[in-house]
Design a protein. Structure first.
Length: 90
């Protein structure tokens, strides 16, 4: 019984880095980051589905990247899009 336990522990130690990369802890990664404040969620933003980013109306890229659609910042965040310059629109 002891040799089997030792083999299992050794296998876990060897394969843990691979397993942790394949199955990250999603709830941990989806938590809001402290210090990052969300601004006005009703601002219309330009979403580029290919890149996964959205652009504020004050951005030079707003409305210029194709394909793209407008939606509120709140809906863009819920859909998984990120702000292009790591700053939420105000």
């Amino acid at each position: 019984m002891l040799p089997i336990f030792i083999i299992l522990v050794a296998a876990l130690a060897v394969f843990y880095p691979i397993i942790s990369r394949l199955f990250p802890l999603l709830p941990y990664r989806l938590q809001a980051r402290p210090g990052k404040r969300r601004a006005d969620d009703n601002v219309k933003v330009w979403v580029n589905p290919r890149s996964g980013f959205y652009y504020c109306p004050s951005s030079a890229m707003y409305g210029k990247l194709s394909p793209g659609v407008t939606m509120t910042q709140e809906k863009a965040l819920e859909a998984g899009y990120s702000p292009a310059q790591e700053k939420h629109c105000r």
